[in-house]
Design a protein around this ligand. Structure first.
Ligand code: KE4
Length: 429
């Protein structure tokens, strides 16, 4: 398939934007080929600059759970725009969305809005350090919490895609305060607590990992991690940038029935506009400026347009709980049907799924941590990716990502996807 216009745009964009993209994973470095430039999105579909359309299984990396350009969100945002774009003052709307979340998400007394998932996780770590008076944090290999320095130590998403887990520019001074554990391996966490007595401020985790592909916590792992953090006086931070408002309205805290001490949000909370947030009990959140000593700020935090998009999206999700049943069922059907086709073709693979988060790993092994994910056959994934792209099905361009299902993906899109998978032939291994 020739992506003429995308190729020309990519060529020109590289004159003005590093790598031609504003976020590395979009450049297709992992899967190869020319990134497809999109010009429009509606419902379940993306429309590229060469006049082709694609069933979208990225949905802007999670936010577009309702499907693209949902009419109610479009109307609410259009109406809000006429009132002004940004004030830099407190607004009733910010109080409204904070109250709505606090009243409907477990274990959230207070919430602070920021502009990205990175900012949410970065601020949550600073708050945890300020609250506990400790410096060190524990993260898990393969989990990605955005690009702030403390996390670019074997990050999982983009960096792992580049096979370059430690990023230049992160100082040794910063790196020494970030300890690495292995997902689904409680012993690796216990050891870190033993080696760093009373020095660990927080353990941050993606409760359902999505940045090394989808990886589900094994039975008892998260419960034991919760107990260990409580025992050791460290805060447990759930990075729910991906899982928040996706695994049901209460996110992973509700799905796993575990209360974190701080929760980071992003993606869906902004309905496609730049919003992140971090939240938790008042006892901790009240340490934030201007009330407490831990500083955190942002010119566009709580921007009214973004708040309107977020609140409208969350209201639809809250008022239509069947939506979660639908997208989970869609994901289950895709899991079973695609797996059956691949098996009939004799293509070894494993599928990890939780709610509407799903990843297909090629190869014989089960995948329960980052090492396993790295051992999967990513070359075969790349073939699978490009085959489906040419058939008008757009997957995340990396074997280290989870698919994001939207409520716009219906029977027609499922059928088209399965027809495309049927045509997949392994070219070389
Ligand atoms: P942002 O700063 O990209 O809004 O959020 C960072 C982040 C934090 N935590 C989790 C669990 C995340 O998944 C992310 C961002 N996810 C990636 C996709 N795996 C964003 C895509 C990109 O980097 O362009």
């Amino acid at each position: 398939m020739i992506y003429q216009r995308s190729s020309a745009l990519f060529q020109e964009a590289q004159n003005y934007i590093p790598g031609g993209v504003n976020s590395p994973v979009r450049a297709f470095k992992s899967v190869g080929g020319v990134p497809v430039f999109m010009k429009k999105a509606l419902g379940a579909y993306l429309y590229d600059e060469d006049g082709r359309n694609y069933i979208d299984y990225i949905n802007s990396w999670g936010p577009m759970i309702l499907g693209h350009t949902h009419p109610m969100v479009l109307e609410a945002v259009t109406h809000q725009l006429k009132k002004g774009f940004s004030f830099g003052t407190p607004t009733e709307l910010e109080m409204e969305i904070a109250k709505f979340i606090s009243e409907n998400v477990p274990n959230v007394d207070k919430i602070r809005m920021v502009n990205s998932g990175t900012e949410a996780c970065m601020s949550a770590i600073r708050l945890a350090r300020g609250f506990t008076g400790r410096d060190k944090i524990v993260k898990f290999e393969g989990c990605y919490h955005g690009h702030s320095d403390s996390f670019l130590i074997k990050a999982g998403s983009g960096a792992a895609t580049f096979g370059n887990p430690n990023s230049p520019g992160v100082t040794n001074g910063t790196a020494k305060d970030t300890l690495l554990a292995r997902f689904n391996d409680l012993e690796s966490v216990r050891n870190l607590f033993e080696q760093n007595q009373d020095e660990i401020a927080a353990v941050i985790i993606e409760p359902i990992a999505g940045n090394m592909g989808c990886i589900v916590p094994e039975f008892g792992f998260m419960e034991e991690l919760r107990k260990l953090c409580t025992q050791k006086g460290a805060l447990l931070i759930f990075d729910e940038v991906m899982t928040g408002f996706r695994l049901g309205f209460g996110g992973a805290q509700k799905s796993l029935n575990i209360e974190a001490d701080l929760i980071a949000y992003g993606k869906i909370i902004g309905g496609g506009f730049p919003v992140g947030a971090f939240a938790g009990r008042s006892e901790i959140m009240d340490h934030l400026a201007p009330l407490g000593p831990v500083y955190q700020a942002g010119t566009l935090s709580g921007n009214p347009i973004a708040m309107r998009a977020g609140l409208t999206t969350l209201s639809i999700l809250h008022n239509e709980p069947d939506l979660y049943i639908r997208i989970d069922e869609t994901t289950k059907i895709l899991h079973e049907e695609i797996s059956s086709i691949l098996s009939q073709k004799g293509i070894a693979h494993t599928v990890n799924r939780f709610g509407s988060m799903i990843s297909f790993f090629f190869g014989e092994n089960k995948v329960s941590n980052f090492d396993d994910a790295q051992k999967a056959d990513h070359l075969l994934f790349n073939q699978f990716f490009h085959h489906l792209l040419n058939e008008g099905v757009y997957l995340p361009p990396s074997g280290y990502e989870t698919w994001f299902i939207s409520d716009s993906i219906g029977n027609e899109e499922i059928e088209k996807t399965l027809e495309a998978v049927e045509k997949f032939e392994v070219k070389f291994t």
